[in-house]
Design a protein around this ligand. Sequence first.
Ligand code: B12
Ligand code: SF4
Ligand code: SF4
Length: 339
Amino acid sequence: MKSSEIHSLIDELHRQAQATGFCGIGFADAISGQDPVFRDWLTRSHHAGMHYLERHAPLREQPDLLLTGVKTILIAALPYSAGSVGAAGYAAYAQGTDYHEVLRQKLTRLADLIRHRLPETRTRIAVDSAPISERGAALRAGIGWRGRQGQVIRADSGARLLLGEILMTAHLPPSAPVDNLCGTCDLCLTACPTGALHADGTVDARRCLSYWTIEHHGPIPEEIRDKMGSSLFGCDRCIAVCPWNSKSTAPAPPEWGSAPLPSPAACLELDQAGFLTIFQHSAVRRTGLKGLQRNALIVLGNRGAPESFSDISRFADSTLDPDLRELADWARHKIRPAG
Ligand code: B12
Ligand code: SF4
Ligand code: SF4
């Protein structure tokens, strides 16, 4: 293909990406090679119980194993909104339709365009669904810079961004990285209640509330429970304080609605069918009903509101799960220490 045709395709991809709600796309060469930052992170056990990351490390360092002959990764960034009061406790990114579904649908249109213009090209879409360092690729593709809380940030959309990729066998010229504009700001570092953020921009998942409330199965240590405050699913503290959010001009697509989500007390009333009805197409499904109820008990305990006592007691009497019953006792004790 002639270079003028490649540039016309790139222009068209940018136009379509914007029309579909992405605030930016960029291109990175699909390079193989050891990622020392990631390897060091694993060696320090900062991936906590996410053992799949360790298992998939060789794939992550060799994108050719994900799509034979891959040459380029198109990275797209989708903005999301700050979240609604009717969904307090749920991280903003999880309040609308599951971002995996939303991004995949939008990326499919771009992949169709690529294959239409370059019929020999094979593509593979990934949204947190393949072992790729999405942030590593996004930084190389100039999607944004790495904030001190580890997130990829853009001047036109702040820190509330989600990433998705199209791996392709065609070679498109790589985009240029952008400058880091954090300056002397350290608001995200001070906003983190657990000290999970490291100076090098990596996150120790063993301390991150997002890890404990979403990824971790089983009981949460007391030290972490106290830090959770009202976090029912995920954590936004280091993202919400970023001053670049207020400069955002990128509108969040309509998929990030403001439908009310169940309060912690309402979570205790859910059964499996009710959970799936509400969260079938939501990122919250990942934590499962038991995980959500575990988090709800902790939030209610942390709030300490006397009117929650009877909700928790009713739940404790009805659940057959010994972990949740024990946690209900902990929550009741937080509300009425002598009770
Ligand atoms: C594991 C994981 C987590 C873990 C660990 C978080 C972490 N920061 O590492 C937990 C559960 C804690 C988590 C939390 C969150 N996550 Co998360 N998570 C991931 C996941 C699956 C892998 C991240 C990872 O590998 N981390 C390990 C570190 C070391 O790697 P890295 O930062 O990704 O990559 C660096 C290095 O590998 C290096 N690198 C890469 N390649 C190469 C090559 C060479 C040669 C070299 C030298 C270096 C290098 O540069 C990269 C950038 O620093 C990604 C999806 C994906 N497949 O990438 C989403 C992802 C990072 N998460 C995301 C989100 C939205 C969140 C939360 C905001 C959710 C929430 N509200 O609760 C929080 C934010 C916490 C935070 N401050 O980061 C988004 C981030 C979007 C963005 N704008 O950056 C991602 C990209 C998912 C997505 N598709 O949008 N997450
Ligand atoms: S809060 Fe400040 S230091 Fe943190 S990412 Fe935003 S600009 Fe950078
Ligand atoms: S998500 Fe929460 S716990 Fe994790 S690094 Fe950010 S502020 Fe800290």
